[in-house]
Design a protein around this ligand. Structure first.
Ligand code: FPP
Length: 255
């Protein structure tokens, strides 16, 4: 097991303000297939390289002091891919969770899952649930793996749960508001993402965190996900730190 924290904190801090690190970073890890195609390799090689990129980004987020990291690992729409590719993604997911669990746990990372995991192959589901259970009391980085996740499905799931609770008398209809609604989302209890990164140049939200990204800063980078590294993350944070976040209001100086 490796403890990675603080080894790199100093070298990372040169280009950014360490006092204004985004609390929550969400990432759409796109472009594994194109990365592989550009090299004349099968898509599976791109996904494998994507896992390596994810390892580096989790460590970097933790070293930077990011509190929440949410990554889009498999969407509700990804079931439309060929069965062979779904199989590869599922086995990579299981392998990633099993292999990384020791290091993540040793570094106090808490693993959570967002999405309907009932529909996953049982071995994948069990590996994820075990990782969540083992790390549930950890107080470090909260690492949300969005698996079989879709923003629309999440909203419907929340609405149905609310209806059930109202019918059962557990929730007063009058108390349904933005704050209470958020507790019914898979991300209940997590602050919304400050920074949403998408790789491979695509300018789409792709059904990711539809409710939660209402005021997130969106940074799209041209690199495909396997090329996204520590330096790329620092650059995205630097761009974020230069943005003027107004949340629908006006600049402080204009008040
Ligand atoms: C897509 O690239 C990315 C995904 C389908 C999700 C992210 C998957 C990984 C990073 C690898 C597996 C992750 C884990 C946690 C095991 P794409 O196939 O859409 O690329 P393309 O748009 O170039 O075809």
């Amino acid at each position: 097991m490796r403890i990675w924290k603080n080894n790199k904190k100093k070298e990372l801090s040169a280009d950014i303000d360490m006092n204004r690190i985004p609390t929550h970073i969400a990432i759409i890890m796109d472009g594994n297939g194109r990365w592989a195609a550009l090299r004349g390799m099968p898509r599976a090689v791109g996904h494998r390289a994507g896992v390596e990129a994810l390892r580096e980004i989790v460590r970097t987020c933790d070293a930077l002091g990011v509190k929440y990291l949410t990554v889009y690992a498999f969407s509700t729409e990804n079931w439309k891919r060929p069965q062979s590719e779904i199989g590869i993604l599922m086995s990579l997911l299981k392998e990633y969770v099993r292999k990384e669990l020791g290091d993540l746990h040793a570094n106090h990372v808490q693993i959570r899952v967002l999405g309907n995991i009932e529909q996953l192959p049982p071995d994948v589901r069990e590996a994820i649930l075990l990782a969540c259970e083992k790390t549930k009391d950890n107080t470090g980085l909260i690492f949300n793996l969005a698996v079989n996740y879709g923003g629309r499905a999440e909203l419907l799931h929340a609405v149905k749960s609310i209806v059930k609770d109202v019918q059962a008398g557990k929730l007063d209809e009058e108390k349904i508001n933005e704050e209470s609604f958020e507790n019914y989302l898979y991300t209940g209890g997590c602050p919304e993402p400050d920074l949403l990164i998408r790789t491979s140049g695509e300018m789409r939200i792709s059904n990711f965190l539809l409710w939660q990204v209402a005021y997130s800063e969106f940074v799209v980078v041209n690199e495909c996900w396997p090329d996204f590294n520590e330096k790329s993350l620092i650059e995205a944070v630097r761009i974020f730190q230069n943005r003027d976040r107004r949340f629908g209001g006006i600049k402080k100086v204009e008040e």
